[in-house]
Write a protein of this length. Structure first.
Length: 211
């Protein structure tokens, strides 16, 4: 070999931030979420097989969701520190509960007009304890040569394992999906979006200066 050592330079990496909520905060979160779901679904049976139920998207405004909102806000601040984002204020723009019945799935999607998206898992079972993140670069699908093994540089999907009390945050533009629930139990989670509170006033100006 006539060339020198191989150097790999990572360009524009994506990220998913992951943590686990500890007791007793987890107990307070789950109690408020499950009570709200119970009120919203009072008198209704569990979603039928193959379906996904979603609540209205304003649950973050309810007092019962204050423990979760507090944890999400604190975790989002840590993510912004990691990204080295300057002076900022984030607001939750939407928050909703999800119940995934057996054989229910969530198609690939993203969350426009937000900076961060996330999910908190109340109840997952082995076999229904993952979320898929997809390569956001559509042009990489133009040529797909066979590979001898999957790595971060040749895969178009990353599967992230979760458990009950897991909290995830990721860029709102990052496509994600959930495989069909192969278990006989319900998978319960809460999804949410965050955006800079006063983006137009504080961050929306052009990055270049005045002429």
């Amino acid at each position: 070999m006539t060339a020198g050592d191989l150097e790999i330079i990572r360009l524009f990496p994506s990220y998913v931030a992951k943590t686990r909520i500890a007791d007793p905060m987890r107990e307070a979160i789950d109690r408020g979420v499950l009570a709200t779901i119970g009120e919203l679904r009072a008198g209704k049976p569990d979603p039928p097989d193959g379906e996904v139920w979603q609540s209205p998207h304003g649950l973050h405004k309810l007092p019962a969701f204050l423990p979760l909102v507090t944890c999400v806000s604190e975790f989002a601040e840590r993510v912004l520190d990691f990204l080295r984002v300057g002076p900022r204020s984030l607001s939750i723009t939407g928050c909703w509960a999800n119940i995934v019945a057996p054989r229910g799935a969530v198609k690939m999607h993203a969350h426009p007009n937000n900076f961060l998206s996330g999910v908190y898992y109340l109840k997952v079972q082995p076999g229904a304890d993952t979320i898929n993140f997809h390569d956001p670069r559509p042009q990489t699908a133009i040529i797909r040569p066979p590979v001898t093994g999957l790595t971060a540089y040749n895969t178009d999907q990353v599967v992230v394992a979760v458990e009950s009390a897991t909290l995830l945050l990721f860029p709102a533009w990052l496509p994600h999906s959930v495989d069909a629930n192969p278990t006989g139990g319900l998978r319960i989670s809460v999804s949410f979006n965050l955006m800079f509170t006063a983006y137009a006033e504080t961050m929306g100006a052009p990055l270049w200066g005045e002429p």
